[in-house]
Design a protein around this ligand. Structure first.
Ligand code: ATP
Length: 510
């Protein structure tokens, strides 16, 4: 349930939460919560039964001694409360420290993190940081064990006091001839069956207290609201034409991290701590007719990527409406929306799996022939076929097995296989050599044919091919038109063009 809930969380949640923290909750806390059921509950039942039966038997033997034996009961209960409280605190700290350690491992043992550590020669620093975190986990573990152990000793002591009192009082009664020595011995033999389950029950209370910490940490996540979900009467987009309309759209990225997770410890830190929200998009309106190619250009940070994120509802706009074929996308089911839109981002993410599995991720039911056709169209089939394991080649974490251009073409093949009506594309800024560049360009031209395409354009060829260019600056569309129109106007576009292309001799990247 926790994993399923996490899958439904918005992109904002993932941009503001450390994945290691989530993994730790999935691993450690779910198991911690399970312990409450598997261990504690069964003990609880057996001990209650033993306790009840023993009480009946010893009451039958001698009610005065029974009273005396249970006299020490408060001595069990009072410390249990205190210990429970202390253990809860220690356990929470322990779980948080564990999460921090997991996050550090996850960040520095992934390919990107490991590469960064190597390139900047920070191995020793990372060792020190890890040592600190691991030591804290260790220390908290020792503290929890010590508190638990001390409590156990205390309980044993109380039980011993109880037994001694029974012997003392029993001896007195025997001397006075009220009781038989045999009865006292029988009674005393029953005492461990009274104190044993009692101690176990009280221990269970303490165990339960620590398991509750895990429960709380699991429910903290389960209770997080799902920001972007299907409307109750969401309609399914059928036979999409591909008309895209932004109607006076305003959007600012949510400030800060997820409120619930970021408050505790420093395990989960919001990326943007400031509470000031700045418009990333201001009053953006445009329409793309089916089959048209629209290029987005503008300086860095202008809001180009943001526009492409709003269309598949990775975020919802604060004001204004986005429509596909005239339907407000908030009224459309997320499944049909994501089926209609194909996205190729700048950075290609591939799972650590075979090429085939990565391609099929786009459409699991695709046939082998369809997959090969998609790879041919993306100019990547020959390369895959030439590998010893062909389509069964493992791509390695994040696709490190492939070059930048190859990964881009794999991503394009993946989107061709998905066959969406609307294509959103972020052209890579990293320059490829002219041969890879040509292969990627050809692949892109194939995939864009006949589809509505919105492209964050970095290449002149794309800009020239576009039906319309939207020039963005600080979240606003400042100019709009064809390449020739915009050049004539002599505004921001013309300036960008001059600095980017003319200075470099026209063939460069945007
Ligand atoms: P580039 O060409 O450099 O990729 P861009 O035009 O695509 O730039 P966007 O990524 O859309 O720019 O960013 C627009 C603004 O929104 C920037 O000021 C950026 O700092 C901000 N921004 C982007 N992502 C987030 C986020 N997750 N949280 C907060 N602010 C963000």
């Amino acid at each position: 349930a926790l994993y399923a809930h996490l899958q439904r969380m918005s992109l904002h949640f993932f941009t503001s939460t450390r994945s290691g923290e989530l993994i730790s909750r999935l691993n450690n806390d779910v198991v911690g919560a399970q312990r409450a059921i598997t261990g504690t509950l069964i003990d609880l039942i057996t001990n209650v039964i033993t306790l009840a039966v023993t009480l009946v038997v010893i009451l039958g033997l001698n009610w005065q001694l029974t009273l005396l034996a249970t006299f020490v009961l408060p001595l069990f209960i009072v410390p249990a409360r205190r210990v429970g409280r202390v253990l809860r605190r220690v356990t929470r700290a322990q779980m948080e420290a564990n999460a921090e350690m997991t996050a550090l491992m996850q960040e520095t043992l992934g390919v990107s993190g490991a590469l960064l550590v190597k390139l900047f020669g920070r191995r020793e620093d990372m060792n020190v940081r890890f040592h600190e975190k691991a030591t804290r986990v260790g220390e908290l573990g020792v503290r929890a064990a010590l508190v638990g152990r001390a409590f156990f000793v205390l309980i044993s002591l109380v039980a011993a006091v109880g037994t001694a009192t029974v012997y003392w009082m029993g001896g007195y009664l025997a001397i006075r001839g009220v009781l038989q020595v045999g009865d006292i011995v029988a009674f005393a033999l029953y005492l461990p069956r009274l104190y044993g389950p009692l101690a176990a029950l009280i221990n269970a209370r303490v165990d339960l207290a620590t398991s509750l910490v895990s429960f709380e940490r699991v429910f903290e996540v389960l209770d997080l609201p799902v920001a972007i979900a299907d409307a109750p009467d969401a309609l399914s987009l059928e036979r999409v034409q591909g008309r895209v309309e932004f109607d006076h759209v305003w959007f600012a990225y949510p400030a800060g991290g997820m409120p619930m997770l970021s408050e505790r410890g420093d395990g989960v830190r919001p990326l943007a701590a400031s509470a000031t929200r700045r418009w990333a998009l201001e009053d953006v309106s445009f329409t793309v007719e089916p089959g048209q190619l629209v290029a987005l250009v503008g300086p860095s940070g202008a809001g180009k990527t943001t526009i492409t994120y709003l269309l598949p509802r990775l975020y919802d706009p604060d004001r204004g409406v986005i429509r596909i074929d005239g339907h407000d996308i908030r009224q459309v089911s997320l499944a049909s929306l994501s089926a209609a839109i194909g996205m190729v981002t700048q950075e290609t993410y591939l799972f650590h799996d075979t090429v085939r599995a990565n391609l099929r991720f786009a459409r699991p039911e695709a046939t082998e022939a369809e997959m090969i056709a998609a790879c041919r169209a993306a100019n990547i089939h020959d390369l895959i076929a030439s590998l010893p394991d062909g389509y069964d080649t493992i791509v390695g974490e994040r696709g490190y097995r492939f070059s930048g251009g190859e990964k881009q073409r794999l991503a394009i093949a993946r989107v061709i296989l998905k066959d969406p009506r609307i294509l959103v594309l972020d052209e890579a800024t990293s320059s490829l050599d002219s041969e890879s560049e040509r292969l990627v360009q050809e692949a892109l031209a194939t995939v864009m044919r006949g589809r509505t395409s919105i492209v964050i354009a970095h290449r002149l060829s794309t800009i020239l091919a576009a039906d319309r260019i939207l020039v963005l600056d600080e979240g606003r569309i400042v100019e709009e038109g064809t390449h020739a129109d915009l050049l004539r106007r002599g505004g921001l576009y013309a300036r960008l063009y001059q600095t980017q292309f003319q200075a470099k001799g026209v063939t460069g990247d945007w």
